[in-house]
Ligand binder design. Structure first.
Ligand code: DUC
Ligand code: ZN
Ligand code: ZN
Length: 483
């Protein structure tokens, strides 16, 4: 056999298996997995290394305007390079439709922005203005174009959709095989807390944590899950930050519903005490940081599979007037852009603190960082695994390398990392995108535009049994046909 690339002598792991093998690549795809493969035109020695599917970052905000007009610091060039250095070979940032904008125009804008990406990409659409035209024409058109997931907000006045609109969106999504994602927090409860805190003069960043109670998340997850189950639509709850919320997700899935949950590093490695630092604004994200008990709970949910996505929620707002301090040097908590960076550290944090500390297996790591996202978002088995016929998107990890995290070592366009000073063991050393070495030994080998758009398949309902309630079944609804 004639290989363009052979990765020799490593330990290969997928979401199910770990084994010693060489990986042969031709034409950008994996064409052989065996021992003793002949040399390729390029041969990489992976002795004492882990050969893993390239990670897929499925929750990040890149070159995205917030509803209040703040722009993320990372564009598709810096964001994708930072992702690559963190072991990612593809990512799915958001394309945000703001009120008054068309979905068509939004997607055109983001397709243009993403032309600079060095890794493969797609978008989740954020829908904040679900007009009749959007529901009847523009969303189906987006699905046709391979955008098969979108996010709706149950909070933030400028983004929130009503429960009725959520039902419309869920039904449209189900009809076209799309996956709805939701930011689930109860808007009224948060606003009620914010107004009391501000009236009482409690405006320091730490009060951001107080203003977003866990109960707000649990209520909204419960409501969104019930509505999705009622219409039999799949739903992904992003950035779950409560044990109660994760349990709702787990219970729904045990009952046969396609309900999924994601969590993010900040909830496992930071706490609300970080908000009480002089630079507490850096740690404002929503849902907010909570406590150490939650960290233990979330490890359990990752171990049990009730939360099946590990995403960064990279929302890079710099600690300056373009980002966190746009309302002044000491902004009240409710005027601080929500979000923090982490695209480059998402997978290394899980490798170091999860795999190498024995909390999860290497196969769980692969599932959480790559395979589950590929399956949920319609790009498996092209992406998210190492198998004959899959794209040769591979990250070769050195499990013995220890580094101290510094912002200077990051490749994003940020001026801080919330994980500064952490000592992490296990780093991606070489990253291969569709058979080409994209990063090796800290050196970038790609240029803007080398990434390609990934047209994604519809959501796969196999293995789920969403039920139809009597009110939506014409046989038991006196003939009323509502879907
Ligand atoms: N939700 C996100 O998913 N990211 C940043 C801020 C937010 O509210
Ligand atoms: Zn969100
Ligand atoms: Zn986000």
């Amino acid at each position: 056999m004639d290989f363009d690339l052979v990765i020799r002598g490593g330990t290969v792991a997928t979401a199910s298996d770990t084994f010693a093998a060489d990986v042969g690549v031709s034409g950008g795809v994996v064409t052989a997995i065996a021992r003793g493969l002949p040399d390729g035109r390029t041969t990489l020695d992976a002795t004492d290394r882990l050969v893993l599917p390239g990670a897929i970052e499925s929750h990040c905000h890149i070159e995205q305007e917030s509803a209040t007009g703040a722009m993320t610091s990372d564009d598709y060039e810096s964001g994708s390079i930072s992702a690559l250095f963190g072991g990612n070979t593809s990512f799915i940032p958001f394309a945000a439709q703001h009120r008054g904008q068309s979905v068509r125009g939004t997607l055109e804008t983001y397709h243009e922005r993403a032309r600079k990406s060095v890794i493969d990409y797609s978008f989740h659409l954020i829908v904040s203005d679900p007009t009749e035209q959007v529901l009847a024409e523009e969303l189906p058109e987006a699905f046709e174009g391979g955008i098969t997931s979108f996010k709706v907000f149950l909070t933030y006045d400028k983004l929130i959709v009503s429960d009725e609109a959520l039902l419309d969106i869920l039904v449209t999504a189900r009809k076209h095989g799309a996956l709805t994602m939701t930011h689930a927090e109860n808007n009224a409860l948060i606003k009620w807390m914010v107004s009391r805190l501000v009236a009482g003069g409690y405006t320091a960043p730490k009060f951001h944590a107080v203003s977003h109670p866990g109960a707000a998340e649990a209520e909204a997850i419960s409501r969104a899950t019930r509505l999705a189950n009622f219409v039999g639509a799949p739903l992904l709850i992003v950035h779950v930050s409560t044990d109660e919320g994760a349990n709702i997700v787990a219970d729904a899935r045990r009952s046969g519903h396609p309900i999924f949950g994601e969590t993010c590093p900040q909830y496992l490695f930071l706490t609300r005490d970080d908000l009480d630092r002089p630079d507490g604004a850096k740690y404002c994200c929503s849902p907010p940081l909570r406590d150490e008990a939650l960290q233990r709970d979330l490890w359990r949910h990752l171990q049990a599979g009730s939360l099946m996505l590990w995403s960064s929620d990279h929302a890079p707002y710099r600690y300056d007037e373009t980002g966190k301090l746009s309302a002044g040097p000491n902004p009240p908590f409710n005027k601080i852009a929500n979000g923090m960076p982490g695209i480059e550290l998402r997978a290394p944090l899980l490798m170091s603190e999860g795999v190498l500390k024995g909390r999860i297996t290497l196969n769980q790591f692969v599932a959480l960082t790559a395979t589950n996202a590929a399956k949920l978002f319609g790009i498996h088995p092209q992406k998210g695994t190492i198998a004959v016929g899959s794209d040769a998107d591979v990250a070769i990890w050195n499990p013995s390398e220890t580094r101290t995290v510094t912002q200077a070592g990051m490749h994003d366009a940020m001026d801080y990392t919330p994980f500064e000073g952490m000592s992490l063991t296990g780093w991606p050393e070489t990253v291969i995108c569709r058979g080409e070495v994209a990063m090796a030994g800290g050196v970038l080998h790609r240029k803007p535009g080398d990434g390609a758009f990934m047209k994604r398949a519809p959501f796969d309902f196999t293995g789920y049994s969403p039920s139809t309630p009597p009110e939506l079944d014409p046989a038991t609804a006196f003939g009323a046909s509502l879907l």
